[in-house]
Design a protein around this ligand. Structure first.
Ligand code: ATP
Ligand code: MG
Ligand code: MG
Ligand code: MG
Length: 462
């Protein structure tokens, strides 16, 4: 017989054909003369129902001992199912057990477990319905990210993980070093061998943007999609120490075009997941967040709202609502402010632009008012900031002035200044936090549920 994934069998329904499945037992129920097995192989949300009759070989010895988590190979014939809620069932001819899962110790049982509990068993949690669904959605959306940009002729650039440039200048970097001083390359005449492996302090990247700009000003439109690292000493439901970021960088592009691309990118990804992962979305909507489908539909129906930072501050200071963090022009928006604006005022995704230059990094283009920069954040209901972007400062003198203002050394950014010295061009880009996107499309409240192995303060094991 023919081995097939359960997803394929349920879709094609090859009635009367001999098929073989391999997967893990979800439940077993016994009736007089036969047992029902629910089997899942990780290819989809749905289980396939298997009927195993008592005249099968090893029925007493094996089949009646099957419990949640056991791995099996089952061959048989696909039949139409009389049961409600399923079209087909597999009438087993042979059941082979690969691995048992002792119910006395196996932590996953038929009941629902809390996400907090599942975090403690990171090696087993992808076997649950909800975390398995998250993993499939993550995979599908990774592909969609590449498809969106590749369809539009963007080149995918691999920017370095280990770097000596501090993109955000926020001091959130993890430094990279070696403990084995014998491994440090020794320069002639140098006696201090404690110097770093790289000859100067190197760190894990907080963003691939600066390096992406190099390729943008050579190839035109480019994007990066890779891991980034931030020593965020805060325990929130939206921050990780290691997360994945998608960063397009576009040549001959201004802030308005940057916002257009970002908005159509989010819409594309939402459309993609609705089309390619409908069962996963259904599951999230039923068991994680009842408002999910409505919110995703709303993303596609309407244009994103747009306001400037100055207007946002006006709204926040006149709305009469008490916030934990005070609001005033010049202070960065906190997540409570961001969420209030898009959940209660606009009730849809919102783009906020033109932030004060004092709270933004040196590379953002200064506006004509000389107090704000051509920056934009996209805020979504339930999360707050999901994208941060800007038009970059392409004018040499202005950039140099900004570096000096922020106390950054001209030598460290020599190559970055060169991009403005030779054939400079207006360009813009943004960074999408991939985990925040997965939170948005799954309704997962905590970012620890949407990455396979979350790294947070105090936690870097499984
Ligand atoms: P926040 O204000 O939420 O701390 P940020 O403004 O510091 O975010 P950016 O430097 O603009 O973040 O990074 C671009 C995007 O990367 C953010 O919009 C967000 O989606 C995501 N991001 C930033 N920091 C983290 C983090 N620690 N964990 C997960 N995603 C993050
Ligand atoms: Mg931050
Ligand atoms: Mg921010
Ligand atoms: Mg930001």
């Amino acid at each position: 017989s023919h081995y097939r994934r359960i997803r394929q069998i349920l879709k094609e329904q090859p009635l009367g054909q001999a098929v073989e499945i391999k997967g893990w037992i979800r439940t077993r129920r016994d009736s007089k003369g036969f047992s029902f097995l629910e089997v899942n192989d990780g290819s989809c949300v749905a289980n396939i129902q298997v009927i195993a009759e008592e005249n099968l070989p090893r029925y007493q010895e094996d089949i009646l001992r099957l419990t949640t988590g056991c791995s099996v190979r089952i061959s048989g014939q696909l039949a139409a199912s009389p049961a409600k809620g399923q079209d087909v069932e597999l009438k087993a001819a042979e059941v082979e057990v690969y691995g048992w899962a002792d119910p006395e110790t196996y932590p996953l049982q038929k009941k629902r477990h809390s996400f907090e509990f599942l975090r403690e068993i990171g090696h087993l949690r992808p076997r649950t319905n909800s975390l398995g669904a998250v993993a499939r959605v993550r995979s599908a959306l990774s592909f969609a990210v590449h498809r969106f940009f590749q369809e539009q002729g963007f080149q995918y650039i691999h920017t370095p993980i280990i770097t000596t440039s501090d993109c955000e200048g926020a001091g959130e970097m993890f430094t990279v070093t070696t403990l084995d001083l014998n491994n440090v390359p020794r320069k002639e005449g140098r006696t201090d061998f404690s110097e770093d492996f790289f000859g100067r302090q190197a760190s894990l990247t907080v963003s691939g943007q600066l390096e992406a700009e190099i390729y943008c000003l050579a190839l035109g439109n480019v994007y990066t999609f890779g891991p980034t690292f931030r020593a965020e000493n805060s325990n929130t439901s939206r921050h990780l120490a290691e997360f994945w970021m998608v960063e397009p960088e576009m040549a001959f592009c201004d802030l308005a075009q940057d916002m257009e691309v970002a908005e159509s990118f989010i819409k594309y990804l939402v459309q993609y997941v609705l089309e390619h992962c409908p069962e996963e979305i259904e599951l999230f909507n039923n068991f994680v967040d009842k408002g999910l489908k409505g919110r995703l539909a709303a993303v596609l129906e309407q244009d994103f709202a747009r306001i400037t930072y100055t207007e946002a501050i006006e709204r926040l200071t006149t709305c009469g609502k008490k916030f934990n963090f005070p609001v005033s022009w010049g202070a960065d928006l906190q997540s409570e402010h961001e969420r209030y604006l898009c959940e209660e005022v606009f009730k849809r995704p919102l783009i906020v632009s033109d932030y004060p230059k004092a709270i933004k990094p040196f590379y953002m283009r200064v506006n004509d008012d000389d107090t704000t920069v051509a920056a934009m954040d996209i805020l979504v209901p339930g999360i707050g900031e999901i994208i941060g972007g800007s038009q970059r400062e392409e004018r040499y003198d202005q950039l140099l002035g900004r570096l000096e203002e922020q106390g950054l050394s001209r030598e460290d950014y020599g190559w970055y200044l060169d991009l403005r010295r030779y054939g400079t061009a207006p360009h813009a880009g943004f960074g999408l936090g991939f985990e925040r996107l997965i939170q948005f499309v799954s309704g997962m409240a905590n970012i620890r549920e949407v990455i396979p192995f979350p790294r947070t303060p105090g936690s870097a094991s499984l």
